[in-house]
Design a protein around this ligand. Structure first.
Ligand SMILES: [Zn+2]
Length: 142
C-alpha cells in the first residue's frame, strides 16, 4: 500500500518479528546479493574431494569406459571435422538439443529425409527481412 514490499519470515525471529518491510531498492539490493557472479562455480569440493587433494584418486571412482554418455545414455560429446581434423567437445549443438528435448529433428530435410547442413548464420535484420519477403513470409510473428 505504501510502496514497500513485505517479506514474511518462515520462522519468527526471537524478538517476535514475523514480517520485514523493504523499499523497492532495498529488496533489489538484497536479492542481487544472492545472484552469483558470472562463470563462478556453484559447487565447491573440500577435503579429500578438493581438486588437488592427495587422496582424491583413491576416493573418486574412475570415469566409466564410455565417458561420452550421460546417465540417460545420451552422448555428451560432440565431434566435428574442421580442416581434416576431428575436434571433440562436450558442447552439444542446438540441433541435437532440440532433438533430445523436443524430439524435433531440425536437420532432416522435410522433402527427401537427407541431412541438411548449416551454410550461413544471418544476423542482419535487413537481410532477414529480404529473405522472408522473398519467401512470402511475414517479418513479425503472428
Ligand atoms: Zn532434401
Amino acid at each position: 500500500m505504501d510502496g514497500r514490499y513485505a517479506f514474511e519470515l518462515k520462522t519468527p525471529w526471537p524478538d517476535g518479528t514475523r514480517v520485514i518491510f523493504f523499499s523497492g531498492e532495498e529488496l533489489v539490493a538484497r536479492l542481487s546479493a544472492l545472484v552469483p557472479p558470472p562463470r563462478m562455480h556453484l559447487v565447491h569440493y573440500f577435503g579429500v574431494l578438493a581438486p588437488n587433494a592427495r587422496l582424491r584418486k583413491q576416493v573418486v571412482p574412475e570415469p566409466p569406459e564410455d565417458a561420452d554418455q550421460d546417465p540417460c545414455g545420451h552422448s555428451v560429446a560432440y565431434a566435428e571435422t574442421r580442416n581434416g581434423r576431428t575436434i571433440r567437445r562436450r558442447w552439444v549443438p542446438w540441433a541435437q538439443l532440440l532433438l533430445r528435448v523436443f524430439a524435433v529433428d531440425v536437420m532432416a530435410c522435410p522433402r527427401c529425409d537427407s541431412r541438411m547442413q548449416r551454410i550461413a548464420v544471418i544476423q542482419q535484420p535487413r537481410v532477414i527481412a529480404a529473405m522472408l519477403d522473398c519467401l512470402s513470409r511475414k517479418e513479425q510473428p503472428p
